[in-house]
Write a protein that binds this ligand. Sequence first.
Ligand code: FES
Ligand code: FES
Length: 156
Amino acid sequence: MRRTRKTTLRVNGTDHDLDLAGPERLLDVLRDRLGLTGAKAACGLGECGACTVLVDGRPVVSCVTLAGTVRGEVRTVEGLAEETAELRAAFADEGGFQCGFCTPGQIVRAHALLTGDPGETDVRRALAGNVCRCTGYAGIVRAIQRTQRREIDDDH
Ligand code: FES
Ligand code: FES
C-alpha cells in the first residue's frame, strides 16, 4: 500500500487538508488538485519564473518547492486578482504581454516588488528570474514602473 502524508496547505485564505503521496511539487498540488492553473509549468527547474507564487509574501518558484515543506500561506495569481488590478491594467496598456504564458509569474513577482522592500526599486533586477520569450521586457518594465510611480504618488 502506498503511504501518504497528511498536511494542511493554506492557499489564498483557505485551508486545504491534503494526503500527499510522496514528494509532490507545490506547482502540481496547486494546478492538479486545487484547480489553480495560474502558475504555469514550464522549465520545471526553477529557472524561468512561470510558476511563481508567494509564500508569506515572498516569491517562490513552485516547481522546485515540495508542497509538504511549505509552512506559510501560499498566494497565487488568482488570489491576488483584486490587489493586482491596477498592475494588470498597466500590463495591458503598456504591451506587457503577448502570448501571456509568463504573465501570471511576472504579475506575482511584480506584486511582491511593489508591496515588499521599499529599498528594492530596480524593476529589471527584481524580475531577473522571470523569463519572457515574447515581449523583449520593455512593456513589462514600463507597466511595473507606471504602477510603482502611481503608488509613490498616492503615498504623498
Ligand atoms: S516552471 Fe518553475 S521556474 Fe520554470
Ligand atoms: S508574453 Fe509570451 S512568454 Fe512572455
